[in-house]
Design a protein around this ligand. Structure first.
Ligand code: NAD
Length: 373
């Protein structure tokens, strides 16, 4: 199973495999970079083998699932380095994945066992919530490690990052609409939101308030009902959302939604959403979108609001809500810079953003080396 040869491995500092027989824990922690500060990134709890079970028997499905988990944690941790760099944070990039179904395996004992592994890294990785983990699960992790952020309680606790992520997505949509459609407000702009979970629901609230026309989908009926309670929304089937005839497509469910099957059907001229890893293959789909005249707002720039909100917690600092909000609002300016560079260089926005992030990290590394001499 390749790690160093994986196509998502790129100069990672440390990759740790964790197993605890008693609780059934199988997890991987990837620290991509600590150049800008301790690496920060969420714990994803996901049954990676599930996608393979219907085509491959037992062991093979599990092995393929593990390969997917390695690919995911390496790619996500690198994405966190880029996200934190572009958001101007004093945080490096890391991520962890726990392999398995969180509903079956996610006991307090397993989360606590995982916390012991995080503790052993001595603060080079700070965990937070991600898909499959909840504030309650994080509280269990925090029993065995102090390197957790996004907690509900405690002196520096910053709580649920989702509203901040949603605000960041909202200002990203504003910036992208301004750049592509020349509109300075969202009144009458039609936005299709894929997934109205923690982030998507707050986003729908902002959009309705701004006078946008909103179409939504979700695979969970109660989430659709919660979005309908916010105001006038149109609901479509999950399989139809990317093809809605709208101005903006906002993927706020899971990654990989921008692929050769979906892209030809997309009618929106802007894509800006919270989901991580929206492009199935970086460098391929972002160029495809550019050539089709669709403005893609790089996902990790758009969804940085959550990590912006927890930065102070990692550094044990107190910041006011206004300071935090100001940092989230700056996401719009960062995107405007990426869009302008992409237009000028005639290169995809994703590639341009990656280069900008790498440059920030490279310069910080040089600075650190000089200071150490
Ligand atoms: P969530 O699990 O609360 O919401 C995701 C929603 O998408 C759920 O309502 C789910 O039912 C729905 N969904 C899943 N598959 C779907 C499909 N095929 N079609 C339509 N709907 C589907 O997660 P979240 O916290 O809202 O995060 C959404 C995305 O944003 C994730 O990719 C996450 O990694 C990313 N993100 C979240 C944050 C945060 O602060 N929560 C920060 C950065 C990035």
């Amino acid at each position: 199973m390749p790690v160093f040869d994986s196509r998502s491995f790129k100069d990672h500092e440390q990759v740790v495999f964790c197993a605890d027989k008693e609780t059934g824990l199988k997890a991987i922690i990837a620290v991509h970079s600590t150049t800008l500060g301790p690496s920060g990134g969420g714990i994803r709890f996901w049954d990676y083998a599930a996608a393979h079970r219907h085509v491959a028997p037992g062991d093979i499905a599990e092995t393929r699932g593990e390969e997917d988990a390695i690919y995911d944690v390496l790619r996500l941790s690198r994405g966190m380095s880029y996200k934190n760099a572009m958001a101007g944070l004093r945080l490096g990039g890391g991520k962890s994945v726990i392999i398995g179904n969180p509903r079956e395996l996610g006991t307090p004992a397993l989360m606590e066992a995982f916390g012991r592994y995080i503790q052993r890294l001595g603060g080079s990785y700070y965990a937070a919530e991600d898909v499959g983990t909840s504030p309650t699960m994080l509280a269990s992790v925090a029993k065995s490690t102090s390197y957790v952020s996004g907690l509900d309680s405690g002196e520096f606790a910053t709580g649920d990052p989702s509203p901040h992520t949603a605000l960041g997505v909202f200002v990203s949509i504003q910036a992208a609409v301004k750049h592509r459609l020349g509109k300075t407000d969202l009144a009458g702009v039609h936005v299709a939101v894929q997934g109205v979970g923690h982030v998507g629901l707050y986003l729908v609230g902002h959009l309705i308030k701004a006078g946008a026309r909103v179409t939504i989908t979700d695979i969970v009926e109660s989430n659709i009902e919660a979005a309908k309670a916010l105001g006038d929304v149109t609901v479509v089937e999950p399989a139809a959302i990317h093809a809605v005839d709208c101005d903006v497509f906002a993927p706020c469910a899971l990654g990989g939604g921008l692929n050769p099957k979906t892209i030809p059907d997309i009618k929106a001229s802007v894509i800006a959403g919270a989901a991580n890893n929206q492009l199935e293959h970086e460098g391929v789909q972002d160029e495809d979108l550019r050539q089709r005249g669709i403005l893609y707002a790089p996902d990790y720039v758009v969804n940085a609001g959550g990590i912006i909100s927890v930065e102070a917690e990692v550094h044990r600092e107190k910041v006011s809500d206004a300071e935090r909000e100001a940092k989230v609002l700056r996401i719009g300016d960062t995107l405007a810079t990426v869009f302008a560079a992409s237009d000028k260089q005639r290169r995809p926005t994703g590639e341009v953003a990656n280069e900008m992030a790498e440059e920030i990290i490279r310069k910080a590394g040089e600075h650190k080396n000089l200071a150490a001499e």
